[in-house]
Design a protein around this ligand. Structure first.
Ligand SMILES: [Zn+2]
Length: 95
């Protein structure tokens, strides 16, 4: 017999109910009389698992090698670029 889980929309109390397929779903919270909504446990887990799956498998297989993120700091310091001295390219040359 399947077990359904409900959550009250008012007091967010979780209610587990063992019902048959033919039984009518619960709709009223026994605690506060609010509206019960069925909780589909498993859908959220699959969604989260698929998102973490890539990162987890990659990091575990590559070991302690960080992914290619930014340029190494051992290059020529080209951070000093005066924006005022940059001439705007003119696409429309005399023709
Ligand atoms: Zn309630």
């Amino acid at each position: 017999m399947p077990t359904y889980e409900y959550e009250c929309q008012s007091c967010h109390q979780r209610v587990e109910a063992v019902q048959k397929f033919s039984d009518a779903p619960l709709s009223v919270c026994e605690n506060c009389g609010g509206e019960l909504r069925k909780v589909f446990s498993g859908v959220g887990i699959v969604f989260k698992g698929s998102g973490f799956y890539k990162t987890d498998s990659r990091s575990s297989s590559s070991g302690s090698t960080p992914p290619v993120a930014t340029t190494p700091a051992t290059t020529t310091p080209a951070a000093t670029t005066p924006a005022a001295a940059a001439p705007a390219p003119t696409p429309s040359s005399g023709d």
